[in-house]
Design a protein around this ligand. Structure first.
Ligand code: MSP
Length: 651
């Protein structure tokens, strides 16, 4: 039977905006899950959303929505889009508002109550409303919440408690005797020194002041407080306490709970204690990663820092974003994100390092061997070192991944990228090509380069999404499912076609780009500085010619507008639901000055449906309506001359 690997992200609060930091845990878990899959593990990757609690209820109200579920549904849909954009391929997405989860949580709560591990009492403590956490006097830092640094309030209420103190000794043994249970070591020390040493106190696990949650089954005045509801997702998602617990039997205990550092306490103390109380085996490992900071102004866009995953991926591609998150951040440490660092890595390693290796190799195979991968016939100096590096890289990468040193794993792959680039300079194929007696040697050199690229692509598969597939396609190789079939040097078949492909990554002028981005972001946030479309426009100059293939890349379809409404906070934008045949899309269009929502209903319009989604005034727009603008600046929609069904292709 195949070995299993169960990995989880925390479940995300669907409030606020999704930014680069929120994506971090999931990108990391996705890469690890893909790596384990390629190692042959039967992998299960769980992610989801933590949808209960006052914080969510308040966020919905602040957004003007009284229907909390509707608010959450919108946020979850956006999160799933972000995951899709970043190539995050989970096996299950749990929502704590899912019925099966609610039922299982109630059963768990009752079980713990009947066992005497949950009891009712009064609680008075320092409550941090944003974090929804009670703190003791000694845990406060400068009188403020130790997690978020905000002021706390004294709150008193009747609630149910979980007997965490009962598990003090077992938890001490767990952390002391299993140094690998909680990593990095600094987090383990923190748990021991800050929480276990002063002595654990029982924790409040219900609230009487909020209604947005799962009811305590035997006391309707209380809802189950976020941590029991949230932590148990890791087992309810597998069917624990449901009629079908086959996944639970197969995958539990989890191999790895990946969490941010601020929630280590809940995962390394409360969660194991709950599992002990339920007589369920403990997860094998918890890793508390660091935080991504965004400079002084945490999320400031005007500083020229893009932190919106939609914008970042649309501008620079999914692989640049994943590469930055996985390679730049020393896994476990905090980091300070800046667009400059992001672009520098992209330029140096993706564009110059990997991109150049790909384009130089493919160009030379075209130039000297008409695009056919040559047979290696004549070994020579420098080959051994390249081949040795290539053959040892997988074991080293695997070793780093086993240690969860993800940045080191990628750095190891780049040692091969750099070695191969150096090999070009050492072997000078352009000089060999001029020497009539060196044709055999040239064949070997170019084969070795193409084969190094194949190996690099295979090893990059868990980390990047598009690039490995582009490289493999250029080498006419099928994309392997397992490492074991593909990591030995020599797998590339001589005689196969090597295609020249578009540049993997364009080089970016960093200084100019940062200025451009600053201007764009300022414009986006300052309506008055936006270009006024009502001013008289000149007929624009003709654009350069494109070929038919370029034209057909656009997926143009007829769409039927099903609903239209003004976008709050904008005088220009309308939010539309457009039926494009196979689905209904939300499209935000800047036509509010030219059409009322009512006159748009059921109108047949032209939609470009494969444009990268982008957010406008916080709404994800998944396409664009085509319009014409006349000389006085008025905008009219382009409609098929006679109405057709939504989704009809336009060509
Ligand atoms: N709902 C709880 C987790 C319950 S798990 C049983 C929660 N949600 S969260 O949305 O606030 O955070 C989800 C994850 O995103 C956490 O691991 C958190 O550390 C991570 N990040 C959110 N912002 C982050 C950064 N700026 N940097 C890195 N990761 C951070 O906590």
């Amino acid at each position: 039977m195949k070995k299993t690997y169960y990995i989880t992200t925390p479940i995300y609060y669907p409030s606020g905006t999704w930014h680069l930091g929120t994506c971090y845990t999931s990108v990391v878990c996705d890469a690890l899950a893909r790596f384990k899959k390629m190692e042959g593990y039967d992998t299960f990757f769980l992610t989801g959303t933590d949808e209960h609690g006052q914080k969510i209820e308040k966020a919905a109200q602040a957004d003007g929505l009284t229907n909390v579920q509707e608010y959450i549904d919108g946020k979850v849909a956006l999160l799933k889009k972000v995951w899709e954009l970043l190539g995050i391929k989970y096996d299950k997405f749990i929502r704590t508002t899912d019925d099966y989860h609610k039922v299982a949580v109630q059963k768990i709560f009752t079980k713990l109550y009947e066992k005497g591990d949950i009891y009712k009492s009064n609680y008075e403590g320092h409550y941090c409303r944003p974090c929804e956490a009670f703190w003791t006097e000694s845990q406060l830092v400068d009188g403020k919440c130790p997690d978020c640094g905000r002021a706390t309030e004294i709150e008193k209420e009747e609630c149910y408690f979980f007997r965490l103190s009962k598990y003090q000794k077992q938890l001490e043994d767990l952390l002391n005797e299993n140094p690998d249970f909680l990593l990095p070591v600094s987090r383990r020390n923190e748990m021991i020194n800050n929480f276990l040493r002063p002595g654990l106190q029982d924790v409040c696990v219900s609230r009487a002041t909020s209604k947005w949650g799962i009811e305590v089954p035997f006391d309707k005045n209380h809802i189950i407080y976020v941590w029991i509801d949230a932590l148990t997702n890791y087992i309810t998602a597998l069917g624990y306490e449901s009629s079908d617990d086959s996944l639970f039997k197969k995958y539990w205990p989890a191999d790895l709970h990946m969490v941010g550092k601020e929630i280590v306490r809940f995962h390394a103390l409360i969660w194991p204690a709950l599992l002990m109380a339920l007589d369920i085996p403990l997860p094998k490992k918890i890793f508390g990663h660091g935080w991504i900071y965004f400079g002084d102004e945490k999320m400031s866009k005007s500083k020229g820092n893009i932190v919106d995953p939609f914008v970042l991926t649309a501008k620079y591609g999914v692989d640049s974003v994943r590469y930055y998150l996985l390679r730049d951040i020393i896994f476990g440490n905090d980091t300070n994100y800046s667009l400059e660092t992001f672009l520098s890595r992209r330029n140096a390693e993706l564009c110059n390092g990997l991109g150049n290796l790909m384009s130089r190799t493919a160009m030379m195979i075209h130039k000297y061997f008409c695009g056919i991968c040559p047979q290696p016939t004549t070994p020579g100096y420098f080959d051994d070192d390249l081949i040795k590096t290539a053959n040892s890289v997988y074991d080293k990468v695997k070793n780093h991944i086993d240690q969860l040193a993800i940045h080191e794993a990628i750095a190891e792959i780049w040692k091969l990228v750099n070695r191969a680039n150096k090999y070009i300079d050492e072997t000078t194929p352009w000089i060999l090509a001029k020497d009539p007696n060196s044709n055999g040697r040239l064949s070997s050199v170019l084969y070795n380069l193409a084969e190094s690229l194949r190996l690099i692509a295979v090893l990059l598969k868990p980390f990047l999404i598009e690039t490995p597939e582009k490289i493999l396609a250029s080498l006419s190789c099928t994309s392997p499912k397992l490492f074991k079939d593909a990591v030995k040097f020599g797998g590339l078949t001589p005689g196969s076609e090597v295609k020249i492909i578009d540049k993997l990554f364009d080089r970016i002028d960093i200084e100019a780009e940062i200025i451009k981005v600053k201007l764009e972001l300022n414009m986006e946030h300052n309506e008055s500085s936006q270009i006024d479309t009502n001013t008289k426009t000149e007929t624009p100059a003709a654009k350069p010619l494109i070929n038919y293939d370029e034209f057909t890349k656009m997926d143009l379809r007829a769409g039927i507008i099903k609903s239209a409404e003004a976008v709050k906070k904008s005088q220009k934008l309308l939010k539309l639901s457009v039926d494009i045949g196979y689905e209904t899309r939300t499209i935000v269009s800047g036509i509010a000055k030219y059409y009322t929502p009512e006159e748009l209903l059921n109108k047949c319009v032209t939609v470009i449906v494969n444009l990268t989604p982008t957010k406008l005034c916080g709404i994800l727009s998944e396409g664009m309506l085509l319009c014409a603008q006349n000389s006085s600046g008025n905008v009219v929609l382009i409609s098929p001359e006679k109405p057709v069904e939504g989704g009809s292709p336009i060509s």
